[in-house]
Design a binder for this molecule. Structure first.
Ligand SMILES: Cc1cc2nc3c(=O)[nH]c(=O)nc-3n(C[C@H](O)[C@H](O)[C@H](O)COP(=O)(O)O)c2cc1C
Length: 310
């Protein structure tokens, strides 16, 4: 077999392309979007699932903003029991890997969820640490390096062949601190970034919409997170935030991402996966680079330092 130029490895998870559908975009395994060319998609991340079912927030849950959108879905999901009963952890699309996103209000919850998923044979878990921790007055878990470490370690310690991804919030002073804590806790992969805390004002109805900002507006924030974290950690990074073109995707790779999370960009362009795929292939050919893995971090200092040593 010849070289597969877009193949990447995240922990033990092998993906045929680095393009991953981000959590919250696809729902669960019951959905099959027939306009997507699944041959170009490496993995799908499920909507985050919690221990107990969640109804989510009242409408409106989506608010358009300049160059982006605010969402406050409120982690609507059927809870772990229904999730397992309906086999929602398995996206039945040949060649596309499933990453199950989970969240818990405390360590005990994430441990119990992981335990149940491992028993079903799930082997890729994304720990959404960008949700409130009840023990810390509703601050997000990944706003604290200590909590980040403890949550990741608790899941890591569960006996099972899991590729563990830690998804971090950008709402911190220095994201390298939580990234290092997740790595120390045993994460195989980091996903940077989740949405950025934001608020919109509905003057008409005299109310506010509190939620997370996504889309092109947050791309520079996501790029910065990847740029800074890549220098400090040894584990691979999924770059997420504001990717709406092939060029955006490549920027993330050049700064240190091994794979790409595609979120709200798919709402405005359902063919975005196709576009990114062709852009990356064209870039490799034009620059005579054999594999996308050789492009990771090319424009980041860490790579230059490594190159000097050789
Ligand atoms: C409608 C919507 C729902 C989301 N739900 C989740 C979720 O359940 N879990 C999660 O980790 N991230 C969730 N996200 C965040 C995305 O996975 C992604 O990290 C973020 O939107 C930034 O990427 P983007 O700018 O490409 O959208 C959601 C985003 C949107 C827009």
């Amino acid at each position: 077999m010849g070289i597969k130029p877009l193949e990447v490895k995240l922990g033990r998870l092998s993906l045929k392309t680095p393009i991953i559908m981000a959590s919250g975009i696809f729902s669960y395994g019951e959905v099959n979007l027939n306009y997507i060319d699944y041959k170009k998609l490496g993995a799908i991340t499920t909507k985050t699932m919690t221990f107990n079912p969640k109804k989510g927030n009242p409408q409106p849950r989506i608010w358009e903003t300049p160059s982006g959108m605010i969402n406050c879905i409120g982690l609507q999901n059927p809870g772990i029991k229904e999730f397992i009963k309906k086999k929602l952890y398995s996206i039945n699309i040949s060649g596309v890997k499933t990453i199950v996103s989970i969240s818990g209000e405390n360590i005990d919850e994430v441990k119990r969820i992981t335990d149940l998923l491992v028993k079903q044979g799930v082997n890729a878990i994304e720990l959404n640490l960008s949700c409130p921790n009840v023990n810390r007055e509703n601050m997000m878990v990944s706003q604290s390096p200590d909590d980040t470490y403890s949550f990741v370690k608790a899941v890591r310690d569960i006996d099972g062949d899991i590729t563990l991804i830690a998804k971090l919030s950008p709402n911190v002073t220095d994201i390298t601190e939580t990234a290092l804590a997740a790595e120390k806790g045993g994460a195989d992969v980091l996903n940077l970034i989740n949405t950025v805390k934001a608020v919109a004002v509905d003057i008409e109805k005299k109310r506010i919409i509190e939620g997370g900002l996504s889309g092109p507006a947050i791309k520079p924030i996501g790029l910065r997170a990847v740029f800074d974290v890549y220098k400090k950690v040894q584990i691979p990074i999924i770059g997420t935030g504001g990717i709406t073109t092939g060029q955006d995707a490549l920027e993330y790779i050049l700064l240190g991402a091994s794979a790409l999370g595609i979120g709200s960009g798919l709402f405005s362009n359902p063919y975005l996966i196709d576009k990114i795929y062709h852009y990356l292939i064209k870039f490799l050919k034009k620059n005579n680079i054999k594999k996308i893995t050789n492009a990771t971090g090319l424009l980041n200092e860490k790579k230059y330092k490594g190159a000097e040593k050789r």
